[in-house]
Structures are given as structure tokens and as C-alpha cells.
Design a protein around this ligand. Structure first.
Ligand code: NAD
Length: 381
């Protein structure tokens, strides 16, 4: 059975799906691994390292696409590449099945089985496959570091002969995976950190990192779903949060905002007046930008200035840390592949909730109802 690793073609992409240590383990399991030349270069991996791990390097992308039985990827291959895929091949990666499902139709029509890493259920057994958490960890770290470098102030308290420099005040909204990593990083850099989340459970985690948790009385409503994710809130509950956020923004130097509700537009939490209350030179990092953003003024993918406040809205911070983003992703994907590679062949056991939960399409049919409804279709029986 042949596994292929592509040089990712999406604009701005720097990561690679599998690193040589994962390749070595798959070769030892009896797989033939083919790697497109230059696949790992931007992630710090030379072609030679793949060869040493037992892979065959190729410059023939078309042949690789047409012969691979298994294709771990970072992003969905483009339309032309999808049309070259072998019928019955398996592709696994960040396929954005709920954001942009139509992009996957050429592969679905070719009978390719698609697994979306975004849809891997967040159960304990799948923790080692949780690529969303891996990327959120990197994004949270990088946002704090970028905020520190773009702020016209220092983060730590400094007591010098020339006087005392007070620590920067950082406010983190949304204390999930990315938010907690942003808190930890800002604390390590010496900032004083406050955080807000609608999930009460986040409070303990925030405090354990040495930050202050801001409680809002939301009237005792249930803010969490069965999976531990935040629920979409009513306008009234959102407004209570927005008032506290506006007040806190007024004295914060940096606001890192990460609030998301799965499958929905990101909640609008930072109103225009909250930004207008901030001091010139302050910085907002809106990590919810790919889902529309938490700040009313956010322009996804752009950096704008409003009254001297910079609003950053990066769409993909993990690509700015390709070595470690690839390392974590490679481990997540290879752990996932272990569920489907048995005796050097693909075996798909859809009784396994990790496989059934993450499968988008199989044998030409869309098998995920959320993806089908995003395409205005119903799942095939
Ligand atoms: P996410 O990216 O969907 O959201 C980020 C944060 O925004 C969440 O903490 C959420 O509560 C918060 N949020 C949503 N609406 C908000 C609002 N109106 N105001 C303020 N905050 C708001 O979430 P995530 O970071 O992927 O993870 C969220 C939860 O899932 C956490 O409980 C996390 O511990 C849990 N989780 C579990 C596993 C696992 O068990 N394998 C893995 C990852 C995450």
C-alpha cells in the first residue's frame, strides 16, 4: 500500500503533514511511502531526511496523486489535484468540511474517502489525534508573543535606577485551548493577566495559571453543552459579557480574544465603543477572525488602526511556526492513521466513533449530516 506526502500547495502554507519520524514508523509497518520533493523544506525538513526514514522522493506530483492509497494532508488538495486522485483512496487532513464543503466535491465524486481532522471527536481516546488543540496551542502562544513585540511597552515589571516600569495588562477573552496558552505565555513574559469565559469551568484553569478570572452573572443560564463546549448565548447574556469586556478593555494594554462556538459565527463581544475606550498604542489580537472575529471592527486577515489601537486579525498563525506546528500535526495524523492501517492495508471500521465521527465522505457519498446540510443535501443512506 502506498502512502503519499505532498508539498502543500495552498498559498502561505508552510507545514507538512508527516515528518520523517512518523514516516519511519509507517515504513516499518510495511507501507511504501512516497514524498513529493521539497515537501518538508519550509518546516525545516530536507528531502534527505525522508529518504533516510525509508521514503522514496519524487518530483512527479501527478503520479503521486494518482497512485497513493493513503494521503495525509494539511489542507484539502485543490480541485485539479482532487481530480487526479485514485478512486477509493483515503485522504485525511484539515479539510474545512463545514466552512467550505463544496471544495471537496471533486474528491467525493471520485469515490475518495475523506476524513476531516477538525471532526475527530474530542474524547479521551482521541486526545493524541486532536489536531485542533495542537494548532490552537500554537496560535495562543504566538498571539501573546506577537502582542508583546508589537506593543510600544514592555511586558514585565522592571525596577531600575531610572524608575519603575509597571507590568503590561493583558486581557484574554475565551479561556479554551488557545486562550489558556495565551495566558500562560503572557504570564511567563511578566504581564498581569485577566481572563473571561462563559464556561465557569474555565475559571479554575485561569486561576491555576496565575491570572485573574472575571466572573459575570449570566443569570444562572446553562452555558456549556454536553461536549464541554460553549453554547450560543442569548443577546441579553451576551450583553452582560460585553459590558464587562468594554470596561476591562479600557484599562488593558493587550486584548487577546479567542471566543468561539463550534459551527457558528464567533460571538461579537468587543463593541466599537470598547475599542474607542482603549489607550492609543494598545493592541487587540482577534484569534476568532477565521470565524468572523470577536471584535466589531475586526477585518479578518487584515491589521487596522482605530484611534491608535491596532487590531490584528490573523487567519492562520500556526503557519508562522511551521517546525513545531508540523511536529504536533504529524503526531496527531500518524496516531489517526494507526486506526485505519492494519497489516499494511487500509481497514475502515466505521463502528469506531473516531472514524465515523471524522468521516466526511465514503464511496462517493457524503456520510456526515452536518456537511450534507452545509451543502443543502441530505446524507445518502
Ligand atoms: P473553542 O475554540 O470552541 O472556544 C474558545 C473559548 O471561547 C471556549 O473556552 C469557550 O467557552 C469560549 N467562549 C465561547 N463563547 C463565549 C462568549 N460569548 N464569551 C466568552 N467566552 C466564550 O474551544 P476550545 O478551545 O477548542 O475548547 C473548549 C473546551 O473543550 C474546553 O473545555 C476544553 O478544555 C475542551 N477540550 C477538550 C478536549 C478533550 O477532551 N480532548 C480537547 C480540547 C478541548
Amino acid at each position: 500500500m502506498r502512502l503519499g506526502i505532498l508539498k502543500e500547495a495552498a498559498p502561505g502554507e508552510t507545514r507538512v503533514a508527516l515528518l520523517p519520524d512518523s514516516v519511519k514508523a509507517l515504513v516499518a509497518q510495511g507501507l511504501e511511502v512516497y514524498v513529493e520533493q521539497g515537501a518538508g523544506l519550509l518546516a525545516g525538513v530536507a528531502d534527505e531526511a525522508y529518504a533516510v526514514a525509508g521514503a522514496t522522493l519524487t518530483s512527479d506530483r501527478t503520479a503521486l496523486l494518482g497512485s497513493a492509497d493513503l494521503l495525509p494532508v494539511v489542507n484539502a488538495p485543490d480541485e485539479t489535484s482532487q481530480r487526479l486522485l485514485k478512486s477509493g483512496a483515503v485522504v485525511a487532513g484539515f479539510l474545512r468540511p463545514l466552512d467550505d464543503p463544496a471544495v471537496l466535491l471533486p474528491a467525493i465524486e471520485r469515490g475518495v474517502t475523506l476524513f476531516a481532522m477538525e471532526l475527530v471527536p474530542r474524547i479521551s481516546r482521541a486526545q493524541a489525534m486532536d489536531a485542533l488543540s495542537s494548532m490552537a496551542t500554537i496560535a495562543g502562544y504566538k498571539a501573546a508573543v506577537l502582542a508583546a513585540s508589537s506593543l510600544p511597552k514592555l511586558f514585565p515589571l522592571l525596577m531600575t535606577a531610572a524608575g519603575t516600569v509597571p507590568p503590561a495588562k493583558v486581557f484574554v477573552i475565551g479561556a479554551g485551548v488557545a486562550g489558556l496558552q495565551a495566558i500562560a505565555t503572557a504570564r511567563r513574559l511578566g504581564a498581569v493577566v485577566e481572563a473571561y469565559d462563559v464556561r465557569a469551568a474555565a475559571g479554575e484553569q485561569v486561576r491555576s495559571l496565575g491570572a485573574k478570572f472575571l466572573d459575570v452573572d449570566l443569570g444562572g443560564i446553562d452555558t456549556e453543552d454536553k461536549g464541554g463546549y460553549a453554547k450560543e448565548l442569548s443577546e441579553e447574556a451576551l450583553n452582560r459579557g460585553r459590558d464587562l469586556i468594554a470596561k476591562t478593555c479600557g484599562y488593558s494594554d493587550v486584548v487577546i480574544t479567542t471566543a468561539q462556538v463550534p459551527g457558528r459565527r464567533a460571538p461579537l463581544l468587543i463593541r466599537r465603543d470598547a475599542v474607542e475606550n482603549m489607550r492609543p498604542g494598545s493592541v487587540v489580537f482577534d484569534l476568532a477572525a477565521p470565524a468572523g472575529g470577536n471584535c466589531e471592527l475586526t477585518q479578518p486577515g487584515e491589521t487596522i488602526q482605530v484611534n491608535g489601537v491596532s487590531i490584528y486579525a490573523p487567519l492562520n498563525l500556526p503557519v508562522t511556526v511551521p517546525v513545531h506546528a508540523s511536529q504536533l500535526y504529524s503526531r496527531n495524523v500518524s496516531n489517526f492513521l494507526q486506526l485505519i492501517v492494519k497489516n499494511a492495508a487500509v481497514t475502515l471500521n466505521f463502528e469506531d466513533e473516531i472514524l465515523s465521527g471524522s468521516c466526511v465522505a465514503h464511496e462517493g457519498k457524503i456520510v456526515n449530516s452536518r456537511v450534507a446540510s452545509a451543502l443543502n443535501l441530505t446524507t445518502s443512506p
